[in-house]
Design a binder for this molecule. Structure first.
Ligand code: PLP
Length: 386
């Protein structure tokens, strides 16, 4: 199997598997309990949770108390959006309806949560389009600002095309305007964008995008604003996220984050090499293809390549590559039986036909030159049939 879908989920490295397995072994022996229990097994679990919190906090340069562990980025983003809007309504009843700005290339987790708030009549929403390379110009966000703007959502790097966004300029803009900046940084860590470099008020991250098991993520509160909890129950996570913590995943999360800390520069350089090999190979296919998004380093992720194959059907190509043992993603998603065109690609100006001919190849720590060559060979074979 050649796995080139790291932006969907990054395989856990051996060190992560070891700590998660050890945690489960401890639980099986009765040495690890519920982190809220006061006995030794509970205290052991609590220590693992707090170590994960500290690892996230250190990597973002915030205090551990400003990290809310969640089930993943979708939940962190939902807490940030619904929690902020609910707190505004609670704390300023009768005030003008809050205005929110979001880019058109946010993940569905952001766009769906915002649409829900629009439907509830709790916010006015402005959507800002990216340019043809998938980058949102800070000037466009500035133009959309109003006196009532309370929240701005712009991700750090776009997951489908890898375009890196001007999060520094947006942070400065939001601080001047007194708006909360929520940055979805899921595709940042391990891909050359450190959390410490993101000066957003709220930052969402996901464990399984950096090699932790699925089921863990975090909302980082660099400048904590008022938030109302979305999941109610016990007092976990400072009252912002009830429910028993995922101790095995937290152990893996801490390990994955610590691993990034000493590996990242080398890994980014290695991925740049793999990317160059892939792009060169794509240029030698019998059929002309083009790479979407920015070409220059720094303006794009090192390990994400969105390929437009004219007059093709990406779902069919992904299925054919799957049969060849190669895992990549389509730039469009099949929802409830109907082929939905990617909102990101259409926002970048691709028409529906073109957007249906885009595949995403993304790689990471376990990817090798042989994987890239094998995927190119499989693609060459597949394209003779489409
Ligand atoms: N945001 C971005 C940019 C993503 O790529 C993803 C996952 O694809 C998410 C949010 C959702 O993350 P999770 O799977 O942790 O809910």
């Amino acid at each position: 199997m050649i796995y080139l879908d790291y932006n969907a989920s990054c395989p856990p490295p051996p060190a992560v598997i070891d700590v998660v397995t050890a945690t489960l072994d401890d639980a099986a022996r009765g040495a690890l309990g519920n982190p809220s229990s006061s006995h030794a097994a509970g205290r052991r679990a609590r220590a693992i949770i707090e170590t994960a919190r500290e690892a996230v906090a250190d990597s973002a340069d915030v205090a551990p108390r400003d990290v809310v562990l969640t089930s993943g980025a979708t939940e962190a983003l939902g807490l940030a959006i619904h929690g902020t809007v609910a707190a505004l309504e609670r704390d300023a009843p009768g005030a003008a309806r809050p205005h929110v700005i979001a880019s058109a290339i946010e993940h569905e987790a952001v766009l769906a949560a915002l649409q829900t708030e629009v439907a509830r009549g709790r916010i006015d929403l402005s959507i800002v389009a990216p340019d043809a390379e998938g980058i949102v110009d800070a000037g466009r966000v500035e133009d959309a600002l109003r006196d009532e703007t309370r929240l701005v959502c712009l991700l750090a790097a776009q997951n489908e095309v890898g375009a890196v966004q001007p999060f520094g300029a947006i942070a400065a803009l939001c601080h001047r305007a007194g708006a909360v900046y929520l940055c979805d940084a899921v595709q940042g860590p391990g891909r050359g964008i450190s959390l410490a470099s993101i000066d957003a008020d709220l930052i969402a991250i996901s464990g399984h995008k950096i090699g932790a098991p699925p089921g863990i993520g975090a909302l980082i509160r660099r400048r904590p604003n008022a938030l109302v909890a979305m999941i109610e129950g016990g007092p976990q996570e400072g009252g912002l996220r009830a429910g028993t913590e995922n101790t095995p995943a937290a152990a893996g999360f801490a390990c994955a984050i610590e691993r990034l800390a000493y590996d990242e520069d080398v890994e980014v350089a290695r991925c740049e090499g793999l990317r160059a090999r892939l792009v060169e190979g794509l240029g030698r296919l019998d059929r002309p293809v083009s790479i979407l998004g920015p070409a220059e380093r720094g303006r794009r992720l090192p390990q994400t390549v969105a390929v437009h194959i004219p007059e093709s059907d990406s779902e069919a190509i992904v299925a054919a590559l799957d049969l060849e043992g190669v895992a990549v993603s389509a730039g469009s998603a099949c929802a409830s039986g109907a082929l939905a065109t990617s909102h990101v690609l259409t926002a970048m100006g691709l028409d529906e036909r073109a957007a249906r001919g885009v595949i995403r190849i993304s790689f990471g720590w376990a990817s090798t030159e042989a994987d890239i060559d094998g995927a190119l060979e499989a693609l060459r074979r597949v394209l003779t049939r489409f």
